[in-house]
Design a protein around this ligand. Structure first.
Ligand code: PLP
Length: 237
């Protein structure tokens, strides 16, 4: 990777971190309460390496299992990098997902939960999971409807290999409606914590390049940032 590109990525990360700190200050929160998760989908391995070297960040997010496997293979098994899978998972890819990911943020089906649990048991490991919620009601989006989350939470915490940490959402694209998504997520988290469902429910993964500051004001503990760090994605390339 060109030195100039490496510096550009480092500058963008510093800028995003400063914006996270400002949003936290406004919300009366600590920047240490918000994890920055870089989303490296469609980005080359050289860009991931540049970010890692410039910042020390070792956890990256991908939305497709195959792409995650390819990148993990490119870095090799002695690399300190770990991976979050943040996209929809099909049952027939649960084995690969169980092998390569350290956290799965898009759980929205008990079939997938059961298949993952079985794979993890075979591998002798556990996996941190977040339950994905469709907080916008948009049909194009994955995730459980908010009304189904409480019952799902009861069931999903019975799988011993899944370590349930909280909730994830992709908010409505339109800014005004994104705030409603985040508000709904904060309410859902509150009600899970109050109801005493097993599991931790402390993580709220919400906020992307266009809306992470708003998400932080509603209590996001993990922001998933792609374009604001790596630049616009080039799907054709
Ligand atoms: C691509 C993606 C992101 C990052 O989006 P940007 O707008 O590039 O920051 C976050 N979450 C999910 C689930 C994604 O697929």
């Amino acid at each position: 990777m060109e030195m100039a590109t490496e510096m550009l990525i480092a500058e963008r990360v510093a800028d995003v971190r400063a914006r996270i700190a400002t949003a936290c200050l406004k919300a009366g929160r600590m920047p240490s309460q918000v994890r920055l998760l870089p989303v490296s989908k469609t980005q080359p391995v050289t860009a991931i390496r540049a970010l890692w070297q410039a910042t020390g960040i070792t956890r990256f997010a991908e939305n497709k299992v195959q792409e995650l496997v390819a990148k993990e293979t490119a870095f090799g098994s002695d690399s300190p990098l770990t991976w979050a899978l943040i996209g929809h998972l099909q049952t027939n890819k649960t084995r690969a997902a169980a092998v390569v990911s350290s956290e799965f943020q898009a759980l929205d089906s008990l079939r997938v939960a059961a298949a993952l649990d079985r794979r993890l048991q075979e591998l002798g490991r556990t996996l941190e999971v977040l339950v994905e919620v469709n907080s916008s009601g948009e049909e194009s989006k994955w995730g459980l409807p908010a009304s189904a989350v409480a019952a799902f939470a009861e069931e999903v915490t019975t799988y011993p290999r899944l370590v349930v940490r909280g909730l994830m959402t992709v908010a409505a694209a339109e800014t005004a409606r994104a705030a409603q998504s985040f508000y709904l997520m904060a309410e859902l988290q509150e009600s899970l914590l109050r109801s005493g469902v097993p599991g931790q429910w402390s993580e709220l993964s919400m906020g992307m390049s266009a809306d992470f500051e708003t998400a932080i004001s509603y209590g996001a503990t993990c922001v998933r940032i792609g374009a604001a760090i790596f630049g616009e994605r080039n799907y054709s390339g």
